[in-house]
Design a protein around this ligand. Sequence first.
Ligand SMILES: C[S@@+](CC[C@H](N)C(=O)[O-])C[C@H]1O[C@@H](n2cnc3c(N)ncnc32)[C@H](O)[C@@H]1O
Length: 283
Amino acid sequence: MSEVAEDNVENNSQPETGDPADPEISTDEKPLSKKALKRLAKRAQWDEIKKEKRKQQKLKRKEAGLPNRNKGGGKRRRRFKKMLDSSNKVNIVVDMSFDDLMSEKDLMRTGNQLNRCYSVNRALVNPAQYHITSFCGNSKEATAKQIGFCNWDVHFHEKRYDEVFEKSKIVYLSSESHNVLTEVDEDKVYVIGGLVDHNAKKGLCYQLAEEKGITHARLPLKEWVDMRTRGVLSINQVFSILANVSLGVSWQTAILNAIPARKNAQARQDDDSSNSTDESDDQ
Ligand SMILES: C[S@@+](CC[C@H](N)C(=O)[O-])C[C@H]1O[C@@H](n2cnc3c(N)ncnc32)[C@H](O)[C@@H]1O
């Protein structure tokens, strides 16, 4: 059974944790200040949220037929399998040819998402073949600043994806495509746009794929889950779904595991697929 990487951890800003040396939180008889009481209440609330989150994650793992993370209780370090030794030969590419379209901040965000893809992949029992193409210039610099990628087990390419792979094998992922991906195949190369644009460049990857005559497809989100948002996912969420499906995890489970709880995605119960309403994305 495959290992589903936990990638839906969001950057929640956590309330400050209590410091025993904090003068606001006294343990003696003195009555607590208003501020200290507020802080305690906030902490209790945060503990509740964490508890609930853990419960949900446990449930998801159970539904996906995965073992309980805490079984055995040990903190043994896992050995990660190298891509070279992996039986998973599905190619997933992040196309970093959008440097000129991103601000410094968004380049950093993209670098962060590349990092998350890497974490997802190395946590898999059999990692997919993770490629980063057009990896030169600003995006490389921004990624390097943020995280030391030099030791990553990733196939880095300076060339563009269509100079690295046969055009006939490429499937460019785009939420705007009218083609729906139904399977993930070792003979294909799945390309994700390495673009964080907050929806300012809507449909860009779709347009580029059309212009180049490259096959494109969207993920089968509305076929498997009900969610209130339009379904433009982040690079690492798309990566996570593809990588898990490449290992035999069902689309529904892979999607539910990758999409953050705030999107409130639910497993579809019926076959009505006309349910996308709002326009927000998840970058
Ligand atoms: C944040 S999105 C960038 C959106 C950008 N406006 C565009 O034109 O693609 C990053 C990439 O994730 C992939 N992606 C996001 N949601 C997707 C979906 N529902 N189906 C397929 N690919 C998706 C696409 O490859 C996209 O380029």
